[in-house]
Design a protein around this ligand. Structure first.
Ligand SMILES: NC(=O)C1=CN([C@@H]2O[C@H](COP(=O)(O)OP(=O)(O)OC[C@H]3O[C@@H](n4cnc5c(N)ncnc54)[C@H](OP(=O)(O)O)[C@@H]3O)[C@@H](O)[C@H]2O)C=CC1
Ligand SMILES: CC(C)(CO)C(=O)C(=O)O
Length: 337
């Protein structure tokens, strides 16, 4: 297949390298130091999906208009979606787009901007780190779930799974909209590493931080329930289990972050939000914990833990200084929302 990848960061570069390894014709849209490094040496993929240096992949600053590709992988962070669509939307030329993005809005935003393209969503459990140009490391090799809407996977989703499922470890799912909420819950893993500068595993090993994470997860599920969401199933975690989790006291609810840490394995995962900070960039937090806050408000409710975590990530974005677990605990306990 001829595949273009827009967004040459952690996941975009990982998928681009995996497609190159599987013999596909890949064009990577990159910029800055990443464009330079990939043009000189290709992408060096390391970690859980094995080692590979791309051989045929081509890096460009922009697709040529009319460069007819079979598929576009769109893998920018949510806060960069509008700008990336402005810059590259006209080069996509109606090709199908796989939108690889966390948060609740990615597929809808891209579909609205590209009415001639058929858009499918992707929720990835892969953890990938991109901390230096030209190189990406997979700290957790896992499945990426694809789908759209609230029904069963349609023929096009199934076809994509058949064509690229092996190379990218894709799995077609039903109730994608509900699964975006389940992923929003999983992404409660991101804020505390971004605030403290520690890996996801280190945060979960710290009991007070783990309890805060369990609270923000429970708040996310309770907000989803209030919004009438039927949570979609990811890695065996679906509607019934999450509704049960929402009823648990934090002492028992802590089992959920512990389960995530166990599945993530022992290679430290900074999470995608901390990686943005380490590269001196703004984060996606308004589309993760911030989305929970907005959803709660629209229902006349509050989500105070998510609100505090969102504020703390913004504080670190502005100051460049990570907080201690004690500071975080104090901020959560004294917040007035
Ligand atoms: N990393 C991970 O392990 C996981 C990430 N995700 C999700 O996947 C999505 C992508 O995340 P991730 O790969 O980590 O993000 P990264 O920040 O690593 O990569 C995004 C890339 O998009 C590029 N980009 C941004 N704007 C533009 C633009 N206008 N034109 C061209 N390129 C642009 C960035 O370039 P530049 O660096 O120059 O700004 C960067 O290379 C996010 O929604 C994230 O939450 C989901 C699961 C796991
Ligand atoms: C799956 C997980 C938590 C991997 O780190 C992720 O989605 C992210 O970092 O954004």
């Amino acid at each position: 297949m001829r595949v273009a990848v827009i967004g040459a960061g952690a996941l975009g570069s990982t998928f681009a390298a995996l497609l190159d390894r599987a013999g596909h014709e890949v064009t990577l849209v990159a910029r800055g130091e990443q464009l330079k490094a990939v043009r000189e040496h290709g992408i060096r993929l390391g970690g859980g999906f094995g080692d590979w240096r791309t051989t045929r992949l081509v890096a460009v600053p922009r697709l040529e208009a009319g460069s007819r590709v079979d598929l576009v992988l769109f893998a920018v962070k949510a806060q960069d979606t509008a700008a990336a669509l402005d810059e590259h939307g006209d080069t996509i030329g109606g090709a199908p787009v796989l939108v690889i993005q966390n948060g609740l809005e990615g597929v809808d935003t891209v579909s609205s901007a590209l009415p001639d393209s058929s858009c499918i969503g992707a929720l990835s459990i892969v953890a990938a780190s991109y901390l230096e140009p030209g190189s990406v490391t997979v700290t957790t090799p896992a499945t990426t779930y694809i789908g759209r809407g609230t029904g069963s996977p349609d023929a096009e989703v199934r076809k994509l799974e058949a064509e690229l499922g092996e190379a990218l470890k894709l799995s077609a799912i039903g109730n994608f909209v509900g699964a975006q909420w389940t992923k929003l819950l999983v992404n409660q893993l991101n804020a505390l590493p971004a605030i403290t500068g520690e890996s996801v595993q280190a945060v979960i090993a710290d009991r007070p931080l783990r309890r805060i994470m369990a609270r923000s997860m429970r708040e996310t599920v309770r907000t989803g329930i209030a919004a009438g969401i039927r949570f979609g199933s990811l890695q065996g975690l679906g509607n019934l289990r999450l509704r049960f989790f929402a009823l648990l006291p934090v002492t028992l609810g802590q089992a959920l972050p512990l389960l995530f840490a166990l599945r993530m394995g022992s290679v430290p995962n900074p999470g995608s939000t901390l990686q943005s900070l380490k590269r001196g960039q703004r984060t996606e937090i308004d589309f993760l914990n911030g989305a929970v806050v907005r959803q709660a408000r629209s229902l006349g409710r509050t989500a105070p833990v998510n609100e505090t975590l969102t504020e703390l990530v913004h504080k670190v974005e502005e100051s460049g200084v990570f907080l201690t677990p004690g500071d975080v605990g104090h901020a959560v306990e004294t917040a007035r929302h």
